[in-house]
Design a protein around this ligand. Structure first.
Ligand code: GLV
Length: 351
């Protein structure tokens, strides 16, 4: 009798040649057009497969997996996985994975690029030039804030935060402060050139504050009106983590009324929709969630997701042992009936 191969759904067009590696082991259901899925569409797709390779635009919770008895593995192409209800997946015995490490330096690059564009008013300057306003130039046109020698604040000190700290301390001679749920070992602090402070100190002292912490109920709107009021009016804020970390209406209000100099946002609460209050501002740089978007890194993320998925389905070189599983312990516990489910890793170091 012919062996039945597992069925795998790939939710978006990715890198076809990398995805083809899956095709050597599984029956592939590829998606050739970029697609926005409703929960019902996701449920339909997942009902038919053993594994799925998805992006952060696909939100998977109890409703999406309710009719997917054979679903065993979900590989998220991304390091953040707030699009997954990990507890629900664990309870259903579904092994979830993400793509840490391979995107760290690329995302730290983007964080720094956004910081520089924001502090030095790069996109605003370009709009002004394209609008034909150069004839209005004065000595005080487009004055921004210095980066070199200033104080860089980092909220969330996982791998990407550490990459940003290194860039600031070693490349730009910045004084780097950070806050994180757990303090880094002293040797790591010394290596990345960063000093631990309480959150209020971070807010009060940063000339530039970069947000790199994972999104969870405890980080929801951690940067709200009260937090913004603690920052210097001359400060810049950069968010490359998740939109929900910032109260966007409070941010727009602070930027509109001179209580904060400028902001750079790569992530938004209602992606792909951006609030009109943000779009109306001149002192803001907006990018469409491109933190990890270099050719090499996006390819490496898909490669890692493919390895994770194959391994979770018991196939390939790492069979049974996905390189970056999120809930392996919880799934194992469910399978052996050994423990109640949880398995949701929310540690800052995931980023
Ligand atoms: C992007 O935001 C990611 O989590 O990989």
């Amino acid at each position: 009798m012919a062996e039945t191969r597992p069925r795998v759904w790939v939710s978006q067009p990715l890198f076809d040649d990398v995805i083809e590696q899956l095709g050597q082991h599984v029956e592939l259901a590829m998606t050739h057009e970029v697609t926005r899925y409703t929960p019902a569409m996701l449920a339909d797709q997942l009902a038919q497969v053993d594994g799925a390779l998805i992006t952060l635009n696909e939100r998977i919770g109890p409703a999406e997996i309710a009719n997917a008895p054979q679903l065993r593995a979900i590989a998220n192409v991304g390091v953040g996985y707030n699009n997954l209800d990990v507890s629900a997946l664990s309870a259903a015995g579904i092994l979830a994975s993400n793509t840490p490490d391979v995107l760290t330096e690329t995302t730290a690059d983007l964080g720094f690029a956004l910081l520089m564009a924001t502090a030095r008013r790069i996109t605003e300057s370009e709009r002004w030039l394209r609008d034909g306003q150069w004839g209005q130039w004065s000595f005080q046109t487009m004055l921004g804030a210095d980066i070199h020698g200033s104080t860089l604040g980092i909220l969330g000190m996982g791998r990407i935060g550490q990459g940003i700290a290194r860039r600031g301390a070693l490349g730009f001679g910045m004084r780097v402060l950070y806050h994180n749920r757990s303090r880094l070992p002293e040797a790591t602090e010394a290596e990345v050139g960063a000093q631990y402070v309480e959150l209020d100190t971070l807010l009060a002292q940063a000339d530039h504050l970069v947000l790199v912490l994972p999104y969870s109920p405890s980080s929801h709107h951690i940067i709200d009106a009260a937090a913004l009021a603690k920052m210097k009016p001359s400060a810049t804020l950069v968010n490359i983590a998740r939109g929900g970390i910032v109260d966007e209406l409070a941010l727009a209000d602070a930027l509109a009324h001179g209580r904060l100099a400028a902001a750079g946002l790569d992530v938004f609460e209602g992606e792909p929709t951006v609030r009109p209050e943000l779009l109306a501002l001149h002192n803001i740089v907006l990018t469409p969630h491109i933190g990890s978007a270099s050719q090499a890194t996006r390819r490496a993320m898909v490669q890692l997701a493919v390895e994770n998925l194959l391994a979770a389905l018991g196939l390939g070189a790492n069979a049974g042992n996905p390189p970056s599983a999120i809930n392996a312990d919880a799934v194992a516990a469910v399978k052996t009936g050994a423990a109640t489910v949880g398995g949701k890793k929310t540690d800052d170091a995931k980023r």
